[in-house]
Design a protein around this ligand. Structure first.
Ligand SMILES: Nc1ncnc2c1ncn2[C@@H]1O[C@H](COP(=O)(O)OP(=O)(O)OP(=O)(O)O)[C@@H](O)[C@H]1O
Ligand SMILES: [Mg+2]
Length: 136
């Protein structure tokens, strides 16, 4: 599924901030020659995923897997954390739903930008968000 089984992972927490995941993503995009439009969209996805880990999940990691299939290329991004989990997933996906005075737009933006999103979350068992993004 991935180009040469490259898997780039970076830790995300209040202590690390967003820098390690941004640096990792930029280095992967440079290596693969990802266009600037694609990079912008991917960095928005990564920012929202990382911000949610920091603000709601406590700590975790983000891994990025390059994808190539039938002449198309893209990325699979997986954000995992060991936080409290999402109480009401359906509600959390609605625009404007935030539990801590955020805009409540992150998950709906991810949903709109990505080609496919899967979220699994358990109360006190952490959250995993999987995102597929194909490049044009
Ligand atoms: N990793 C996570 N762990 C626990 N809860 C989460 C996680 N990600 C999202 N949530 C819950 O889902 C809600 C909606 O998330 P979303 O990203 O859409 O909005 P937000 O983070 O509150 O605000 P914004 O992203 O606009 O700054 C959050 O308020 C939070 O309650
Ligand atoms: Mg958010």
């Amino acid at each position: 599924m991935s180009i040469d089984n490259i898997r780039y992972c970076a830790p995300v927490s209040r202590a690390t901030g967003l820098t390690p995941v941004r640096v990792m993503a930029r280095s992967l995009f440079r290596r693969l020659g990802t266009g600037s439009m694609g990079q912008t969209e991917l960095l928005v996805l990564i920012n929202e995923l990382a911000n949610n880990i920091i603000r709601h999940g406590g700590s975790g990691e983000i891994c990025i897997f390059p994808l190539v299939t039938m002449g198309h290329s893209g990325f699979f991004i997986r954000a995992t954390d060991t936080g409290p989990g999402i109480k009401d997933l359906q509600k959390a996906m609605e625009p404007g739903q935030s539990e801590d005075n955020g805009l409540g737009l992150g998950l709906s933006a991810i949903n709109n930008l990505a080609d496919d999103v899967r979220i699994s979350s358990r109360i006190n068992g952490g959250t995993q968000v999987e995102v597929w993004k194909w490049l044009i």
